[in-house]
Design a protein around this ligand. Structure first.
Ligand SMILES: [Fe+2]
Length: 203
């Protein structure tokens, strides 16, 4: 069974002006699709054919860098689409309380996510995750992911690759981060927290 390019969970204009419909159309329809297509091509007919995407990622992590990059990027983009919302959603009481304990306030967390994202060298991802029972801001480089890391449950992610923002903000990654920090899906983060296990790529 081949992996599918999941639909965006909103209209392609939903994230404007932070992320334009043109960016979303390339980012989802070209970049994400290419990662999915390459993953499918690599697993077709092999031992990993028919396995969940998370298993493909874990299996390829230390054995097949090309497959790992494409499988992890397929997962990361699915998670990223859900991490965004046309209108910022609300955190559950449980998440809100953990954010206040760890960061003081939701606004302070959003500032820190934007700061870490702006400071991240080159391509990658900035995450809010539960790590060893505590909220933590994490960064991964290039296609790396938190999808298969024991003891870590990713709650939200922001794409830091230039393809995520260049058409709208050119090289001004801080401007993109400042804009998307008002488009975060705290309801999705709350679901991930409540489940306590890592989100699975729908197929
Ligand atoms: Fe991306």
């Amino acid at each position: 069974m081949a992996f599918e390019l999941i639909d965006l969970p909103y209209e392609d204009t939903a994230l404007e002006p932070a992320v334009s419909a043109k960016t979303l159309s390339y980012h989802h329809g070209k970049h994400h699709k290419a990662y999915i297509d390459k993953t499918n091509k690599a697993v077709d007919g092999g031992d990993l054919d028919g396995k969940p995407l998370e298993d493909v990622i874990a299996s390829a992590r230390n054995s097949d860098q090309g497959l790992f990059n494409n499988a992890a990027q397929s997962w990361n983009h699915g998670f990223y689409w859900h991490s965004m919302a046309g209108k910022e959603t609300n955190a559950s009481g449980e998440l809100k309380s953990m954010i206040e304990d760890a960061f003081g306030s939701l606004d302070s967390l959003k500032e820190k996510l934007a700061e870490r994202g702006a400071g991240h060298f080159a391509s990658g991802w900035v995450w809010l995750a539960v790590k060893d029972g505590k909220l933590s801001i994490e960064e991964t480089h290039d296609g790396d992911t938190l999808a298969d890391q024991d003891g870590t449950v990713p709650l939200l992610v922001i794409d830091l690759w230039e393809h995520a923002y260049y058409l709208d903000h050119q090289n001004a990654r801080p401007e993109y981060l400042d804009a998307v920090k008002g488009k975060l899906n705290w309801s999705f983060a709350s679901e991930n927290l409540a489940r306590g296990t890592t989100w699975t790529y729908p197929n």
